[in-house]
Design a binder for this molecule. Sequence first.
Ligand code: NAP
Length: 353
Amino acid sequence: MPQGDPYGIHRSLEPKGALPQPAWRIDNTMRCYDNEILIDVETLNIDSASFEQIRQEAGDDPPRIAQIMQRIVAERGKHHNPATGSGGMLIGKAAQIGDSLRDRTDLQTGDRIATLVSLSLTPLVIDEILQMDRKSGQVDIRGQAILFETGLYAKLPDDLPLKVSLAALDVCGAPAQSKKMVQPGQQVVVLGASGKSGLLVLKQARDNLGPKRESAERIGRLIAIDRGAAACERLRQLDWADEVLDLDATDPIAVMRAVADVTSGQMADLTINCVNVPGTEMASILATRDAGTVYFFSMATSFTAAALGAEGAGKDVTMLIGSGYTKGHAELALQLVRNTPQLRAIFTERYGR
Ligand code: NAP
């Protein structure tokens, strides 16, 4: 086979010459170019915002969810949800390694890997959907995928259950970015703190801030927000956050008032949004002090809602887009799960098999 473009441009069909992520449709022929890796896919981890949207559209009916997933891949050659724009990632076994890559990779045929690039740019064929976990968005399939020359991947460790690693790697950008951002002494809000990225971020933020102290000598304050009594009780038991608030993140005024209350009106220096539903931009912005920072990890974030909403409210905050990648992100997330018994237990209970 010939050599393809390192970024995968050779596979873009509509429009031709586009990068594969923004392309509407890509070529998902499962023939491996010289600089590609062919993967026998075992499990797709559909991005949480995307899976939530598909569940809603399908009335939470598994056969209809499966139909929508098949339709997306048939139309686009990739699992790129047109409603949310997001993808997810996968685990599978390397079935073929292109000739020109063999000397440049430590990967062997048969090795099990997780892709660390989005399904929204990954050529994919779904032959059959075998099993679906509607809570986690993990879907076992029979199918194949292609990784481009520049595509990042991680070999899966053998000391963690496969699906625990898959869940942690799906959101590994969030704790790694948080490690760079959270500074001792800050007041930090985590929205969606009980989800998988939220929990990893919460633990990383606690580590950065240092141990909890009595109020008089507090160095920084960590505020966890999620919805529902059960989620909040679990967060309290973890004892990483100084405050746990049971709030709907789509209600910006309630969030703003509650954060004002627990910060004596100072508001957050940094707000990290890990929610998986639309409409939470303003809660993030209003929870944050002037000149503070909002980190939007959520894929359900609207650029226009955030930009125009901040302007409309006269909030001078720095807003960061949550890139899925930062150096060392995969290892950091796996280490957090490995070294934190509570995280390991929750991830194993929710995702592990
Ligand atoms: P998750 O495990 O589904 O967690 C989402 C959390 O938000 C859950 O605890 C959920 O509670 C909570 N939540 C939902 N609606 C809420 C509301 N109205 N108020 C308060 N809390 C609410 O999701 P995840 O896998 O961590 O992903 C989080 C976000 O990151 C998603 O938007 C996902 O698309 C995005 N993501 C981004 C990247 C990137 O590269 N930037 C990569 C992967 C994922 P319930 O369980 O009760 O619904």
